[in-house]
Unconditional design. Structure first.
Length: 397
């Protein structure tokens, strides 16, 4: 629904109606007084002209009511227009305002009142008071011109209503687009934060498992020398500090109200960092063997390489939790344009007493990551007593 016009918008309408009415009154006065009149006729014509002005003022005073009572006001000013040319401006404004509602029944009623007034004016009122000669073609032309005037006012009202609807629809469309853009931005931010949180889960699980493993070694091994104890404690300290720094980063991202700052997010790890990851695992006491063929020297898409790295990292973390000390084999195979196969195999073993319980979300997170990448995921024990994580990922050419 359109908003009501501002004070100036209302004022200029009244001013325009007044100017049109006064111009019509001036033109009629000039035409009437250009003809020779007797003294009696001059008195009558003078009274009629004054009455014309008075009725124009009355119809102008009725205009503020046209929004609450459009049909009543339009009928009154249309009837007054039959005996007052000064009311032409107010009649046009009232009829146009009524027509903006686009109710045909109201337009028909006002048209009937206006037509009846025009006939009475041209055939009875104006000839009676010496404003025209009356009858004949002059009266017919006056009625036709009056009908054209009324039709123009109605057409203007319909146009204004259509324009208002168009403006309202465009405004609503713009608001809808803004809301959709805001919602899209929010969804994108939430998705990015979720992705960062998933990445951080993999990294933190790896770091904390190293801390737990070395802390367990300090707790249960009494034959460690001073130098070994210090080196193990230093490893625990380094991994704990790295875990805290990474946790601080992800919490800062997840708590941010604005767009995710790409500067906060660390670069995604890829298979280029796999040797360093395996070195950390060996330092923690795991016997890890890598069988990569020519995969590490091949050109892999960054997303594919990052996904494969996270799979190996999470699988090593699970192996360290559930089968500490057991040998692990990491195998990478595949060709461009086919699939990249990642397999991590370790012998099943008993969990050490000092290890924390498994959160149970690591493999679920891997399954979700692989599904999003369009690959297949399998994990579980094998008849030979090993636990295998096998992933096949599309490797585009």
């Amino acid at each position: 629904m359109s908003k009501p016009p501002r004070p100036w918008s209302r004022a200029w309408r009244y001013l325009l109606a007044t100017v049109v009415g006064m111009a019509a009154w001036g033109a009629m006065t000039a035409v009437v007084l250009s003809e020779p009149l007797t003294a009696a006729q001059e008195d009558v014509v003078g009274a009629v002209l004054v009455l014309d002005l008075a009725l124009g003022a009355v119809t102008l005073a009725l205009l503020p009511l046209r929004r609450r009572r459009p049909l009543v006001v339009a009928c009154l000013v249309s009837a007054a227009c039959a005996v007052s040319v000064t009311s032409m401006g107010t009649t046009a404004l009232a009829v146009a305002s009524m027509a903006t509602r686009r109710r045909r029944s109201q337009v028909a009623i006002v048209a009937a009142v206006f037509l009846a007034g025009s006939i009475v004016s041209e055939l009875l009122y104006r000839p009676r008071f010496h404003l025209t000669e009356g009858g004949g073609p002059e009266a017919a032309s006056g009625i036709v011109l009056g009908g054209a005037f009324f039709a123009a006012a109605v057409a203007t009202g319909y146009y204004i209503a259509a324009r208002r609807e168009l403006v309202d629809s465009l405004r609503e469309r713009a608001l809808t687009v803004e809301r959709e853009q805001a919602l899209t931005a929010k969804i994108a931010r939430d998705a990015e934060r979720t992705r960062i949180a998933r990445e951080m889960h993999d990294v933190l699980a790896h770091r904390i498992s190293l801390v737990a493993l070395h802390a367990g070694a300090l707790t249960y091994r009494e034959n460690l020398g001073r130098e070994q104890t210090a080196r193990t404690a230093e490893t625990i300290q380094d991994n704990a500090q790295l875990a805290l720094a990474e946790l601080r980063d992800v919490l800062g991202v997840l708590r941010a109200d604005g767009p995710v700052d790409v500067a906060v997010e660390r670069p995604q790890s890829t298979l280029a960092e796999l040797p360093a990851l395996l070195a950390d695992a060996r330092e923690a006491g795991s016997a890890v063997r890598l069988d990569s063929g020519e995969v590490l020297t091949s050109h892999l898409p960054e997303t594919l390489s990052g996904t494969a790295f996270r799979i190996v990292q999470e699988a090593l973390t699970n192996a360290r939790k559930h089968a500490p000390g057991e040998p692990v084999v990491v195998r990478l195979a595949g060709t461009t344009g086919s699939v990249l196969e990642v397999e991590v195999r370790n012998l099943l073993g008993d969990r050490a007493p000092g290890d924390p319980p498994s959160p149970g979300v690591g493999l679920l997170g891997l399954a979700e990551r692989v599904e999003l990448a369009g690959g297949t995921f399998f994990h579980g024990p094998r008849p030979d007593g090993s636990f295998v994580v096998t992933v096949r990922l599309p490797w585009p050419s």
